[in-house]
Design a protein around this ligand. Structure first.
Ligand SMILES: [Cu+2]
Length: 124
């Protein structure tokens, strides 16, 4: 059991590290101090059994991904691999977001950080 705890510590530590240097820069602040969301689109993940429900997004727009209250446990740690780049974050609350770049049409598989729960982001 202590191995499980060690793995948890490493995983959570990894997320803290990633988040530390991943200070969100998606919002553009205009001269008037107004936050402009630009072309950012919101995608909300839900859980379906041990996996995620399929999610959809529009092509060509950066994505702000969050996980609603139905998503529990380690499924709140979301990992995407896009064009051999890794995007991951522990979405501790429904307000936490993982920013993804604009994607082209296609189906993007993702998983929880432990590779136990899976989902698909369908970009149309
Ligand atoms: Cu998991």
């Amino acid at each position: 059991m202590s191995l499980v705890i060690l793995v948890m510590i490493l995983v959570i530590g990894g997320f803290v590290f990633v988040n530390g240097k991943n200070v969100a820069t998606a919002n553009v602040i205009s001269g008037g101090g107004q936050v402009v969301q630009g072309q950012m689109q919101q995608v909300v993940l839900s859980q379906d059994g041990y996996n995620y429900k399929d999610a959809t997004a529009q092509a060509g727009k950066p994505i702000s991904l969050s996980a609603d209250g139905s998503v529990g446990g380690c499924l709140r740690s979301v990992v995407f691999n896009v064009d051999s780049k890794k995007y991951s974050k522990y979405l501790r609350t429904p307000e936490d977001t993982l920013e993804l770049p604009a994607l082209s049409k296609g189906t993007y598989p993702f998983s929880c950080s432990m590779g136990m729960g899976y989902g698909k982001l369908v970009v149309q």
